[in-house]
Design a protein around this ligand. Structure first.
Ligand SMILES: [Zn+2]
Length: 480
């Protein structure tokens, strides 16, 4: 690529939003070592620190959805299962996946389509795994309770190797080497060796007899995740199936943070606390339908949250940038962090420095189109270059910020332009070409007032070049 763009800090979110989301009540949460995470939900996907191979896959435009992911302890130990656009299953295995597991994967992925479609691998810490396809499963180094549970569900098994289930296949398996596990196959089986997990489980089933949950009651459970790489085994998620019109109940905890739960019926907020009554913190993953029309950016002045025990307050890092979605009164705001977690923040924690109203890309694009059409109608009339930052100014990369503030520049970076154009809902190579043509320096110069032509032409050229970068990204997604 001829033009070096400051885009090396690659953001896969654009690729993730192109994927089809999982179906209702389908989830996977892949916890990896050192904060690596990938999850799929009916609302979309969220990810951080993905292996380069996966990033490449996601950008390759052949994948319809990601249906499963898990991470082992080694940096290159991962398993991803895809549904490709042509309906076939696809898999990506890290080089460090335990070698003993590879014959099973090879067999399951290459024997019948049915088997391949059902192949899942749950990797854990310290080389542990459970893999399954159809009625077959294999496991290594999992807690003995989980092994026993697998044996019980099986018609035959070979101790320490694997077996064949009496009926059906497995849905999901989770464990920590402290002995906690959850197994969902034809039956549910679990044991929690973490006080927090027990507490969270009781919270999820508030109003039920937790020791005697019946199969119809358990059928309301959608998914259980346990982070195998957490230090003490206190990172987990329980999520129930969605009931008509109500967001699904869930309990979530990261080891170092407070438990977050949304379980109805929730007790009314403490009326004496002087805080507005609000629902529990809500986790939303890349759900565009919920995107606000306008929002502000703000930065957190402090770390943590004003009332550490109030789980609906968003936990912030010092300097963290959040999207301010709504003013709730009494100086409280609902904000969204970059992981899509929504929560309440008090204004005393927020720095609205350089406060600017950012438009929804769809609205911004509509405004941009109307303005440029008007501008490019009568030759010899343009005296000022459009104020591009007024359409979208969201990219906070240091290089871009400096470049955007340069008064000689055009006030927009390639990332903001990308977002702006994606607001069209028809982002494509053809669309980019058509938009770029409008800014061809010679063509643009004809619309400029003769006195301003020499000033404006280089600006049109700079914008023309940015369009070229975006076209290059589309043609060579790896260079983005
Ligand atoms: Zn930028």
């Amino acid at each position: 690529m001829a033009l070096s763009s400051p885009a090396n800090a690659v953001d896969v979110s654009a690729a993730l939003t192109q994927l089809e989301a999982l179906e209702a009540d389908q989830y996977f949460v892949a916890f990896g070592p050192a904060g690596i995470q990938f999850c799929g939900t009916p609302n979309g996907y969220s990810a951080n620190q993905l292996p380069p191979k996966i990033v490449k896959d996601l950008r390759g435009r052949q994948i319809k959805k990601v249906v499963w992911a898990s991470f082992g302890s080694e940096p290159n130990s991962f398993f991803f299962a895809y549904e490709m656009k042509d309906g076939s299953p696809g898999f990506r295995l890290g080089k460090a996946v335990p070698t003993a597991l590879q014959p099973f994967i090879k067999y399951a992925s290459s024997t019948t389509l049915e088997l391949a479609l059902s192949l899942r691998v749950q990797l854990g810490a310290d080389g542990s795994y459970v893999a399954w396809a159809g009625p077959n499963w294999t496991s290594f180094k999992v807690p003995s309770g989980l092994s026993s549970a697998l044996y019980q569900l099986s018609s035959v098994h070979i101790e320490g190797k694997g077996g064949t289930l009496k009926s059906g296949s497995l849905d999901y398996v989770a464990w920590h080497n402290n002995g906690s596990y959850y197994l969902k196959g034809a039956e549910h089986s679990w044991k929690f060796q973490s006080a927090f997990m027990n507490q969270g489980w009781n919270d999820l089933w508030r109003g039920y007899n937790c020791d005697l949950l019946t199969p119809p009651e358990l059928a309301d459970l959608a998914y259980v995740a346990i982070d195998p790489h957490s230090q003490k085994g206190d990172t987990f998620m329980f999520i129930k199936k969605q009931q008509l019109g109500i967001e699904p109940a869930f309990v979530l905890k990261f080891e170092s943070e407070d438990m977050i739960s949304r379980v109805p019926p929730s007790p009314p907020a403490d009326a004496t606390s002087g805080l507005p009554q609000i629902p529990h913190q809500v986790v939303s993953h890349a759900n565009h339908a919920e995107d606000p029309q306008h929002y502000h950016w703000a930065f957190s002045k402090r770390a943590g949250r004003p009332h550490p025990k109030e789980s609906w307050e968003l936990e912030l890092k010092r300097g963290e940038r959040v999207k301010v979605i709504k003013e709730m009164g009494r100086d409280w705001y609902v904000v969204l962090n970059r992981h899509g977690v929504k929560g309440w923040v008090h204004s005393s924690w927020l720095d609205f420095r350089g406060l600017q109203l950012h438009a929804d890309p769809r609205e911004a694009y509509a405004r941009w189109t109307a303005d440029t059409e008007k501008m490019l109608t009568t030759p010899g009339t343009i005296r000022n270059f459009p104020h591009l930052a007024s359409y979208l100014d969201a990219c906070a990369k240091d290089l871009c910020k400096a470049m955007k503030q340069d008064s000689r520049g055009i006030g927009i970076c390639v990332h903001d332009l990308h977002e702006l154009l994606r607001g069209s809902g028809q982002y494509s190579l053809d669309h980019l070409k058509a938009e770029r043509n409008k800014w061809h320096p010679d063509k643009f110069a004809r619309f400029c007032h003769p006195e301003s032509r020499d000033d404006l032409k280089p600006k049109a050229e700079a914008l023309f070049v940015l369009f070229g970068v975006l076209m290059d990204w589309m043609e060579n997604p790896l260079e983005k």
